[in-house]
Design a binder for this molecule. Structure first.
Ligand code: TK8
Length: 351
């Protein structure tokens, strides 16, 4: 079946509007129509920041915090315009926008970033991070910095890790308690080869799709299921089109706060420091909100009629074993040394 592109009509219109604001994120006038005055001191730099999730999600609330911090600390010299729900495009399109200079900030999951920097697949090794706390230590430490350092070669700057969270499977066919129950289920995955191969190894029938197309695909039955953290499932209202949820917790999904390198390089050193610190501070706030949300919404999903199925330790171990050959293959591709260093960093973080 042909995939429907929901964002298709929206994107060109917005692109036009944005082009009219002046290229490279810099404008001498107020960026939006509506007769507002320009910022007081000369040239205002504009950050067009777009994300995939909607305006209820902690990702957007974190972005609003970033806006507040940056606008306050630069006294209006930098303006942050925020867009949610894929208004500026899907994760891949927005990241390309950063490379081209038609957008300044986006905050994708690590999985789509692997299409730009293949090493990023490592974050999406199933069952890699045992907890949010261990992920924080590794991502905010030396290992996380090493991955951020791979981004400038792609004309991207990574300012901080935010959190999407542990991913869980939902579907519309049957309760899933084990890999056996996934047999033949058409599962939407993010646009990432490792995700596809892992779900194939589990016996499912995965298909990659941009997040912006997902709700319609679930509604129309193009796919049977998908996987995302509870907060995303609930706030994007997948409970309206999905019957079953299981705590597969198969991947801890980080977000990466990305900025266009061209834009970052054009900031004064003080401004660079301000956006860097604001991305980290807003990220701490976002992680807190996100953890509360992920804890709260499983109960709400059940209240709204979804069945919940617990994955037993045995069933989870079986998934680990089924996926192991896929991970071996990717470890070779990414580089055995880097993979080993990641495992070591995770182990050290647990001490
Ligand atoms: C939002 C995406 C989303 C991700 C996905 O832009 O695509 O399933 O989990 O949250 O990054």
């Amino acid at each position: 079946m042909k995939k429907k592109k929901l964002g298709f009509f929206l994107v060109p219109a917005l692109a036009l509007m944005l082009t009219a604001c002046g290229g490279g994120g810099t404008t001498e006038e107020a960026p939006e129509a509506g007769g507002e005055a320009a910022a007081p001191a000369g040239e205002t730099k504009v950050i067009r920041a777009g994300i995939g999730l909607n305006d209820q999600h902690p990702q957007y609330l974190g972005l609003l915090r970033f806006k507040e911090l940056v606008e306050e600390r630069t006294e209006g010299a930098i303006e942050v315009q925020t867009y949610h729900s894929g208004q500026l495009g899907d994760d891949r399109t927005m990241t390309e926008g950063l490379q081209l200079g038609s957008q300044e900030v986006t905050i994708p999951s690590t999985a789509p970033i692997a299409n730009f920097v293949p090493e990023y697949s490592l974050f999406d090794f199933p069952f890699l991070f045992p907890s949010e706390e261990v992920a924080d230590t590794v991502l905010d430490g030396e290992m996380g910095q090493r991955f951020l350092d791979m981004l400038p070669a792609q004309n991207l700057v990574g300012l901080a890790y935010w959190e999407n969270g542990f991913r869980n499977l939902t579907n519309d066919v049957r309760p899933v308690a084990s890999a056996e129950d996934m047999k033949g289920l058409k599962i939407r995955t993010m646009e990432n080869e490792l995700h596809l191969e892992a779900f194939r190894a589990l016996g499912a029938n995965p298909t990659p799709m941009a997040f912006t197309e997902l709700f319609a695909a679930l509604q129309q039955g193009t796919v049977d299921g998908q996987e995302n953290p509870y907060a995303t499932i609930y706030l994007q209202k997948y409970q309206e089109v999905q019957d079953h949820v299981s705590n597969t917790q198969h991947i801890y999904s980080p977000f990466v706060f990305l900025m266009s390198k061209t834009f970052f390089d054009g900031l004064t050193p003080e401004q660079q420091e301000i956006v860097q610190v604001a991305a980290v501070e807003a990220g701490q706030y976002q992680r807190e909100l996100n953890r509360e949300a992920n804890n709260q919404y499983l109960a709400d999903l059940q209240e709204e009629g979804m069945t919940f199925t617990e994955i037993s330790e045995e069933a989870r171990q079986e998934m680990v074993d089924l996926i192991a050959p896929v991970l071996e293959k990717y470890a070779e591709r990414i580089g055995e040394d880097l993979v080993q260093e990641m495992y070591d960093a995770i182990e050290a973080a647990q001490q």
